[in-house]
Design a binder for this molecule. Structure first.
Ligand SMILES: [Zn+2]
Length: 387
């Protein structure tokens, strides 16, 4: 998905907001519950997002906070915590996770039905491989949100694992995901690059990069078929218009066109579909490289800008495939362009750069990948597993 950089105005206001924040903390500790905590949260939300991870615990630690105020602050805090993890960077920095756990556990006891608190707390424990601690949280999360995929996937994982065990696919029984490639763009340079051989190479790139943080394969991507632009240029499918569209990308419209497509050269109903297209946006025009991945109710497809073929920019193939398996964006505070960040990191989360996205998936992400791999196999009618 497209990455954006946090606004300059946010940075310029930082010092001023910090001062007003301290004042609000003081008034919060003196006053009744309600309006003050709303103002405090509003002030903290004006800070740079990485700074909010420090400001909320400071506010929550104030001694005379009403329980309702503490809970409101904890919920606001948890919305940021669920986007970050010390496991999202190869070089682990100092994280005061124990303090975060303490805050979140107190919040969980007060509001076990809150999805943000449960998500953030369960995720910390799962990433630390403390499944027995995560299980009751995942169960409460699922009970309050029975259709929430994270809740279901994490409950399954926690139920099946002993503490300290990495969550992995059995290498002798790994799920094979066939991939159909289709060149949607009429750009002749794209067609020169997006050959069948290159698409076979794209599968190898995925197999090399779509891995756990310690390098284990989670599924196996298998090249199935390839359609060139020349083969599909006269298709009746609306999907072809998105190969070179100058309209802003509309995820729902593309999904509708994909789901209605009956042309099996364009959309293979029994494979993950991987489209090579030419992304466009107002500024860079067709130099834009934005790419997309969508789980699409377990009929996933990926749209890779042709300029990103060959994995030449921010591990785009594995990142977009992560979206295909239900993963959202995460952030790494202070990440720079070359930081070895988690595959799903995005500057759009406003913690820092998206980084290089070369660091593999965490246990909590793997639980979701394996859960959706099973659902996707079933939805697409895939039965193959490697030997
Ligand atoms: Zn993305």
């Amino acid at each position: 998905m497209q990455s954006t950089v946090h606004s300059g105005s946010e940075m310029r206001m930082k010092a001023m907001k910090s001062i007003s924040f301290l004042f609000l903390i003081f008034s919060l500790s003196q006053g009744p519950a309600g309006a003050e905590v709303t103002s405090t949260i509003a002030a903290i939300e004006q800070l740079h997002r990485a700074r909010r991870l420090i400001a909320y615990p400071e506010a929550i630690r104030q001694p005379r906070i009403a329980l309702a105020d503490r809970l409101a602050l904890t919920i606001a805090f948890s919305k940021h915590v669920k986007k970050v993890s010390p496991h999202y960077l190869r070089t682990r920095r100092a994280w005061d996770l124990d303090a975060w756990i303490s805050i979140l556990e107190r919040g969980f006891q007060a509001a076990p039905q809150d999805p943000d608190i449960a998500w953030s707390l369960a995720q910390i424990h799962i990433n630390e491989r403390r499944y027995s601690k995560a299980l009751p949280i995942a169960e409460a999360f699922k009970q309050a949100n029975p259709n929430h995929h994270h809740a279901v996937a994490w409950q399954i994982a926690c139920n099946s694992l002993c503490d300290g065990t990495p969550l992995r696919s059995n290498p002798k029984n790994i799920r094979v995901m066939p991939v159909h490639f289709c060149v949607l763009t009429k750009n002749p340079t794209a067609s020169q690059l997006a050959t069948m051989d290159q698409c076979r190479q794209e599968c190898e790139i995925l197999n090399h990069n779509f891995r756990s943080s310690d390098g284990h394969a989670l599924v196996e991507f298998s090249f199935k078929s390839f359609s060139s632009y020349a083969q599909i240029r006269n298709t009746q499918s609306d999907l072809i218009q998105y190969g070179d569209s100058v309209e802003p990308y509309d995820s729902n419209r593309v999904a509708r066109a994909f789901n209605q497509c009956k042309d099996t050269q364009v959309r293979d109903p029994n494979a993950i579909n991987f489209y090579i297209f030419d992304s466009h946006s107002d500024g860079p025009k067709f130099s834009d490289r934005t790419s997309h991945g969508k789980r699409n109710s377990n009929r996933p497809y990926l749209m890779l800008d042709w300029q990103r073929l060959g994995n030449n920019d921010q591990n785009a193939e594995a990142h977009e495939m992560g979206h295909c398996f239900g993963l959202g964006h995460v952030g790494v505070p202070g990440a720079s362009k070359n930081s070895p960040t988690n595959i799903m990191t995005s500057a759009g989360e406003q913690f820092g750069s998206g980084g290089a996205r070369t660091h593999g998936f965490t246990e909590a992400q793997i639980a979701l990948i394996l859960y959706h791999a099973k659902r996707t196999s079933r939805r697409l009618g895939i039965t193959t597993q490697s030997n």
